[in-house]
Structure formats: structure tokens, C-alpha cells
Design a protein around this ligand. Structure first.
Ligand code: ADP
Ligand code: MG
Length: 380
């Protein structure tokens, strides 16, 4: 393990995220922790949407050992895309990123906490756990997914690509952001009342279990044909065209209390593709989301829910209007395709943590199974 001290971190805060209390969360919970751990930091408060993206695009990254965001997933999406906008993106994307949950949608923070084998935590307890992990400064790899839109724009995504029910709930519930993470449950109940079917075509490249992962540093989308070209014969074309939702997710959690992919790891090189076909009843759909809190939705025996592990996918909506989200942010509606790039990003504190062996974690963690140290891990 490489030790570099002192590390200098830039902490980007979105004061509008969540209940609008991200700054108070910093002064109330994180500031003291960083001082105690002698971690030098600079606080940057974003003034508008895409402020962080512009800042990161131009920043002198040699000044920083890590970029940390205190917000929801949306601000991290800005930071990752700001890094990938740079001419030196190959180097830039290797800067460790950290996440402190301060938004209403804190899926990556919940996932990172889960990978550390700590028992589930919410709200301020989750923030404290992520703060501890940040102070420890261990870094592990994180998969990124490149997403192509009809306008030829390419985005980088660390969490999800969603269409239909999940995307609608995410965006429609933003107006309840002030209630925090429970906005998704409220949004789910509202959307259930006006359940819709979305027509479209879905195809994907399945993962063969024997395939070995080739880790690549350069995100060339070798698996994707042009969006106007048909998908290759090696792809699976889904027969159904009537969906309630399509969700591609590459972390364990879709929200603090939605454990969507029980087996997911930050760098498993997989897109976990879920879709729900039309014909599902409202109670059955609600049951799936309620079961997801404990990761039990796949055991519900719901014939409308399909789960596949894939490397790439394409979605072509036929329904003329609707919502597509990437990491919870709205993107242009239309054909979209995506492929995974295993482990090209570095994320602060994930697999390498051994919470059960660390006195700092005794109060918040259970024993958990033993873990093996990964090669290539580094301290900040
Ligand atoms: P939440 O989880 O509450 O949705 P996010 O971090 O996802 O919090 O941020 C919500 C949105 O706010 C994102 O689209 C992000 O790009 C945007 N944003 C970032 N900084 C600001 C700011 N200073 N003012 C307004 N919006 C911002
Ligand atoms: Mg958000």
C-alpha cells in the first residue's frame, strides 16, 4: 500500500441538494472529523447547476489528492463528466473521488457503505460512516458506463440508466426533495396511482459466465455499433415491447433504502439490467419496491420482473414522450445505448475496508465475512 500524507482534498458542496442542509451537515458532522484526522481540505460551494462540472474541467488537478462531493448523486455525475470532458481525461479520471451523502438521492454513498460490509445505515448515520471512510482514505476501483444519446453526445455514468416508472418517480419526486430520501416512496405511491405502460425495443449483450474481464484504461466503446445500425447477432433482442420500467444499474443501491442488486460490487464489470413488462398489477409492483428495501424483490417470484447481467444494452423508446435518466439526471429522450468500462474510476474507501477489524468501526459494524485484500489498492 502506498501512503501519501498529507492529502489535500477539494470538497464540493451543493447547498441546494436534499433538504438544503448540506452545508450544515458539513459543519455539524464532517468538519470536526477531518480536523481530528488532520486532513487538509478546501470547501467549494456550488452556485448553480454545472458549476462543479466547469470547475473540475478546468482545475489544476496536481493540486489535489482527491475530489469529494457532499451532495446527492447529481453532483458526482457533474464531477465525473467534468473530468471526462478534459483533454487529459485519461489521467484526470484516475483522481480518487469520494462521496458524502448530503442529497435526497444518495445511491452511491449507500452502495459504498454497503460494500464496506457495515450494516444498513440511513441519514446522518450514513454520513458519519462515509466520513470515517474518507478519513481512512482507502481507494478502490469503480466501474463507469458510457452512454450514447441520439444527438451523438456521450455521457459517463456511475450508477444507473432508467426509463419508465423509475425515471418518472425520480424526476417527479424532485419536488419533494425537502423531505429527504423518503421522496422516492412518496413518488412511487403517486406514480402507482397512474401506472403507465411504455413501448419500446430493448436489446443487450449478455455476460457469459466464463468470460474474463479485460480491464481497459481507454473507454473505447468497442461493443457498441453505431446507434443507427442494428445490434450485432451476439446480442439478445427482448421480445416484449410493452414495459413498465427498464433499469440498468451498476451499484448495489438505487437509493438509501433500495437495495436493488444484492450481489453488485463497485468494480464487478457488470451492468445489472432489470425490466418489468406490462401486465403487472399495482399491488405486485408495490410489493417489488417494498421487498427491495431488503434486497428481496428477486425472490418475490414475479413473472413480470426480468434480471440479466449484461455488458452493453440499447433502448429505443417507441412511446413518443417520456423520461430517461442517467444517474438520476434527465437526459434527452430517444434511442440510447450504453456499455460498461470496468474499474476505470477510483473511488474513496470501498472494497479494501475491514470494518470489523477496525476499532473506529466497532460501534457501527457487525462481524461480517472475512475479505481478501485487493491488489492495486492505495491510500490517499
Ligand atoms: P439530490 O439528491 O437532492 O437530488 P443532487 O446532488 O442530485 O441532490 O443535486 C440535484 C441537482 O442540483 C443536480 O442536477 C445538480 O447538478 C444540481 N446542482 C448542483 N449544484 C447546484 C446549485 N448550487 N444550485 C442548484 N442546483 C445545483
Ligand atoms: Mg439527484
Amino acid at each position: 500500500m502506498e501512503v501519501r500524507r498529507p492529502c489535500r482534498i477539494m470538497i464540493l458542496v451543493n447547498p441546494q441538494s436534499g433538504r438544503g442542509q448540506a452545508l450544515q451537515l458539513f459543519t455539524g458532522h464532517i468538519q470536526g472529523m477531518l480536523t481530528e484526522a488532520s486532513v487538509p481540505y478546501t470547501l467549494v460551494i456550488t452556485e448553480h447547476q454545472n458549476h462543479a462540472r466547469e470547475l473540475v474541467r478546468k482545475a489544476d488537478l496536481s493540486q489535489w489528492d482527491a475530489l469529494v462531493i457532499l451532495s446527492g448523486d447529481g453532483l458526482l455525475f457533474e464531477v465525473i463528466n467534468g473530468l471526462m470532458d478534459r483533454e487529459d481525461w485519461q489521467e484526470a479520471i484516475q483522481i480518487p473521488l469520494g462521496i458524502l451523502p448530503g442529497g435526497s438521492g444518495n445511491a452511491l454513498a449507500a452502495s459504498v457503505h454497503h460494500y464496506s460490509q457495515s450494516p444498513p445505515a440511513w441519514n446522518e448515520e450514513l454520513l458519519l460512516s462515509c466520513g470515517f471512510m474518507l478519513c481512512k482514505g482507502l481507494v478502490g476501483p469503480l466501474d463507469l458506463v458510457s452512454v450514447h444519446l441520439a444527438s451523438k453526445q456521450r455521457l459517463f455514468s456511475f450508477l444507473s440508466l432508467a426509463w419508465g416508472f423509475v425515471a418518472d418517480v425520480d424526476i417527479e419526486s424532485e419536488k419533494y426533495r425537502h423531505v429527504g430520501a423518503i421522496r422516492f416512496l412518496m413518488g412511487t405511491l403517486v406514480r402507482l396511482a397512474s401506472l403507465r405502460v411504455y413501448q419500446g425495443r430493448l436489446a443487450y449483450l449478455p455476460v457469459k459466465e466464463i468470460e474474463s474481464d479485460t480491464k481497459t484504461r481507454a473507454p473505447v466503446d468497442s461493443l457498441l455499433p453505431d446507434l443507427e445500425q442494428p445490434v450485432p447477432d451476439t446480442w439478445t433482442v427482448v421480445k416484449e415491447e410493452d414495459f413498465v420500467l427498464v433499469l440498468a444499474i451498476y451499484q448495489s443501491h438505487l437509493a438509501e433504502d433500495l437495495w436493488t442488486v444484492p450481489g453488485a460490487m463497485a468494480d464487478d464489470g457488470l451492468i445489472h439490467l432489470f425490466y418489468v413488462t406490462a401486465g403487472i398489477s399495482r399491488p405486485a409492483l408495490l410489493r417489488l419496491f417494498l421487498a427491495m428495501e431488503k434486497g428481496g424483490h428477486l425472490a418475490c417470484g414475479c413473472p413480470h420482473l426480468v434480471y440479466e447481467k449484461v455488458k452493453a444494452l440499447r433502448l429505443e423508446p417507441i412511446t413518443p414522450q417520456g423520461m430517461i435518466t442517467v444517474d438520476g439526471e434527465v437526459v434527452e429522450y430517444g434511442p440510447v445505448q450504453a456499455q460498461i468500462h470496468p474499474g476505470i474510476e477510483s473511488c474513496v474507501s470501498i472494497q479494501e475496508l475491514h470494518p470489523s477489524e477496525d476499532p473506529a468501526f466497532v460501534s457501527t459494524s457487525g462481524p461480517g465475512p472475512p475479505k481478501t485484500e485487493k491488489a492495486g489498492s492505495a491510500r490517499l
